[in-house]
Design a protein around this ligand. Structure first.
Ligand SMILES: Nc1ncnc2c1ncn2[C@@H]1O[C@H](COP(=O)(O)OP(=O)(O)OP(=O)(O)O)[C@@H](O)[C@H]1O
Ligand SMILES: O=C(O)[C@@H](O)C(=O)CO
Length: 415
């Protein structure tokens, strides 16, 4: 196996899996660390953990368990996948996990590369930008769990991890893969352990992929994965994505993300399709019973375009709900969606289009899926995926990914 990825959340795992496939590597995504007897036949395996906001020691333990599984299958390279906005708690998981993986692999140096220019995440002189804003001035500043108040990846890494952090700047990247390798080697001789990689374009990611394709451990968002996949595969993308092409059959849209982009996507789709707005009080009163009712409503609707059940709320509405009910509301919404998903699968729905990382986790767990074959991308970072063990296709969308027409776009990908 060429690449083993350890991803710190669910939609993040699907994101990199989609880019590895787009870059020409056959890829399987597993939900959690698989059992010792599970064998996978693919160029790359992505293990989806749910460790982003866990205490660091737990994130380290989960990541090392994933590493053991991947090493036992002979992965040539290990890839630590985190968010393109470097989401980490105040105590910081990314650094401790990188340190633990470096120690286990005996690697003296690794790279830090969250850049994903196609989705507006770029790194310049070691500072992470979201669109035209520094990370610290973007919406991530006020993220409820992982607020990001510093844009300097060098400072963030040195605060979280053991050792010094250096930089390969964009001027060096422009000089090509050998110049990048030389700079990493020089930094290593100076005792640096982590190297932030500037990248503001896909061309930079291609150069960086070529430069780091032989490193034992790399860390980043999904963009560097795309660069590495293209470097090692020779690029037979169409063939790599056949296994995950979406099934035919009835679809549903389930939206539990409250991000700015999802709010726009829900508004746009609501003008075209049957919509049921979820009643949070009913979720709180009886999540399972209400979930069954939501499913019955979906199964009663015309199928094209697919009906949508949505809890998506704008920031003011969400603040009100949270002030009234606290975290219980989000949990109840997730449980209602999970219950609905189970009834929908039994009722013959074969394609689930889901918005939001936590929501995707709840739906996938309810569908009892062990892993996915990865198909074509609907939008950068959002591929169709097909369950390995049952006839179900899913599109799991990170909150801020996809165009305004995402829910329609997903249904237009040929089966
Ligand atoms: N109307 C609502 N009231 C309270 N909680 C809600 C409501 N709608 C959604 N939620 C909850 O908000 C959370 C949204 O998180 P989720 O990870 O699904 O989306 P996201 O944060 O936008 O996505 P990502 O993590 O991919 O960026 C879920 O726990 C969901 O149940
Ligand atoms: O890298 C990203 O932005 C996404 O894959 C992600 O991790 C969203 O939670």
């Amino acid at each position: 196996m060429k690449i083993g990825v350890i991803a710190d959340d669910f939609t993040g795992a699907t994101d990199i899996a989609g880019f590895l496939v787009a870059g020409g590597l056959t890829t399987t995504q597993m939900i959690g660390v698989p059992g010792a007897d599970v064998q996978v036949d693919a160029d790359a395996v992505v293990i989806s953990l749910k460790s982003r906001s866990n205490p660091a020691d737990q994130a380290v333990a989960d990541s090392l368990a994933a590493l053991d599984w991947l090493r036992a299958r002979g992965c040539a390279q290990i890839y630590q996948k985190y968010c393109s906005t470097f989401d980490s708690t105040a105590a910081g998981n990314i650094g401790p996990v990188a340190d633990a993986l470096m120690e286990a692999l005996g690697s003296g140096i690794t790279v830090i590369c969250p850049a994903l220019p196609v989705n507006g995440r770029s790194v310049y002189l070691g500072h992470l930008f979201v669109g035209q804003d520094l990370l610290q001035d973007s919406g991530m500043r006020d993220h409820p769990i992982t607020p990001m108040r510093d844009s300097s990846l060098i400072r963030l890494m040195e605060a979280q991890a053991q050792g010094r952090c250096g930089l390969v700047d964009a001027v060096t990247v422009d000089q090509g893969a050998q110049a990048v390798r030389d700079r990493i080697a020089a930094l290593r001789s100076d005792g640096v352990r982590y190297v932030v990689l500037d990248a503001i374009s896909d061309a930079h990611l291609a150069t960086l992929g070529e430069a780091v394709r032989d490193m034992a451990l790399v860390t980043g968002g999904s963009g560097l994965g795309y660069g590495i996949a293209r470097a090692v595969s020779g690029g037979a993308a169409a063939q790599a994505q056949d296994a995950g092409a979406p099934l035919a059959g009835p679809a549903v849209v389930i939206s539990g993300s409250c991000s700015v982009m999802t709010n726009r996507q829900v508004a746009a789709y609501g003008a075209l399709a049957p919509v049921m707005a979820v009643d949070v009080d009913r979720c709180l009163a009886d999540a399972e019973g209400y979930g069954a009712e939501l499913a019955a409503w979906v199964l009663d609707q015309p199928r094209d375009p697919a009906p949508m059940i949505t809890a998506t709320a704008d920031p003011d509405r969400l603040r009100q709900i949270q002030a009234q009910h606290g975290a219980a509301a989000s949990d109840a919404v997730e449980r209602s969606f999970a219950a609905a998903a189970g009834h929908l699968a039994t009722g013959g729905i074969t394609r689930f289009i889901v918005a939001g990382g936590e929501t995707s986790g709840a739906v996938t767990q309810a569908l009892a899926v062990t892993g996915f074959a990865i198909g074509p991308q609907i939008a950068p970072g959002v591929p169709w995926v097909r369950a390995l063990d049952k006839p179900l296709s899913l599109a799991l969308k990170s909150g801020n990914f996809g165009a305004e027409t995402f829910f329609t776009d997903a249904q237009q990908v040929p089966a």
